[in-house]
Design a protein around this ligand. Structure first.
Ligand SMILES: NC(=O)c1ccc[n+]([C@@H]2O[C@H](COP(=O)([O-])OP(=O)(O)OC[C@H]3O[C@@H](n4cnc5c(N)ncnc54)[C@H](O)[C@@H]3O)[C@@H](O)[C@H]2O)c1
Length: 270
């Protein structure tokens, strides 16, 4: 049951691959809250076809775009504005991929070709999405742009290898672009630092399941689910947060500020 928090707003949602994707839940909640939006993903991801179900459910058009291609992103904004009937009010960047992680390559031995690919897909694509929108003047005043991040950008997690550096870059782009876009057009740019979440991207990390349980033990509120993350994104897309920008906002049940929990200490004693 929605509250019409996004009534009349137009958006673009990247990264819905299957129903576990965080972006999938965001799209469902945006629909519930009265927004209209387009869905996009890399052409290769379309082959799996699951996104068609989401498009049908939310009455959205799918516009394939490789987020590393400025040409594809230009088409994405042009078509989105045509389909939705005006400039865009919110954008979700929910894109992450590391070949080094997929291939279990340790941080001290990173393959630089894969590292570059990871940067391009997972961080530079955010700059490109913002830069193309800026150049086309595709976003309304006070529009809200959100990208998803992880605390590996601030603290070391051995399994997160090059994504740690890539997420640090993503968060820096939010601050720096947020400054310029805020000054010129009052557009807001933030990152949400989400708990470990059971999705394709998350599940691809070695030892993810053990770490998911570890984080659950550490967080006073428990791990934040994809649905909770979607609700937080709705708050950030809505007018209720119109003065929030250039922030990295932890959405993690209190994990980031907990040194150690009683449950973790008890587990060590076993
Ligand atoms: N799952 C977690 O534990 C977790 C925790 C914190 C942050 N995040 C972040 O959340 C975001 C979404 O990931 P998710 O967990 O929902 O997994 P997911 O695998 O469902 O989503 C990742 C998406 O990125 C898309 N993508 C990959 N390359 C692309 C390209 N070139 N162009 C366009 N799209 C491309 C994929 O097709 C997929 O839809 C990522 O940025 C991820 O790093 C995930």
């Amino acid at each position: 049951m929605g509250h019409n928090l996004l009534k009349g707003k137009r958006g673009i949602i990247t990264g819905a691959l299957d129903e576990n994707s965080i972006a999938w839940k965001v799209a469902q909640k945006c629909h519930e809250e009265g927004a209209t939006f387009t869905l996009t993903n890399a052409p290769i991801a379309m082959r799996m076809g699951a996104i068609n179900k989401l498009a049908e459910e939310t009455g959205s058009k799918i516009i394939p775009a490789d987020a590393t291609s400025v040409e594809d992103l230009t088409k994405l904004y042009t078509e989105s504005m045509n389909v939705l009937g005006g400039k865009i009010d919110f954008v979700l960047h929910s894109i992450g991929m590391s070949v080094n992680i997929r291939k279990n390559i340790p941080y001290t031995e990173l393959n630089y070709e894969y590292f570059n690919k990871g940067i391009d897909v997972s961080a530079m694509s955010f700059h490109k999405m913002l830069a193309v929108a800026h150049k086309m003047d595709a976003l309304n005043d006070h529009a809200s742009v959100v990208a998803l991040s992880y605390i590996g950008a601030q603290r070391t997690y051995p399994f997160y290898t090059d994504m740690a550096d890539i997420k640090a870059m993503l968060e820096s782009i939010a601050r720096t672009f947020g400054y310029h876009y805020g000054k010129q057009k009052k557009v807001r740019v933030n990152t949400v630092s989400q708990s470990p979440t059971k999705t394709s991207a998350g599940g691809g990390i070695k030892g993810f399941s053990e770490f998911f349980d570890f984080a659950e033990m550490q967080s006073p509120l428990g791990n934040a689910s994809a649905e909770d993350c979607a609700s937080f994104c709705i708050a950030l897309f809505s007018d209720l947060t119109r003065m929030v920008t250039m922030q990295n906002l932890y959405h993690d049940g209190g994990y980031s500020f907990t040194g150690v929990s009683q449950e973790q200490l008890a587990a060590m004693g076993k």
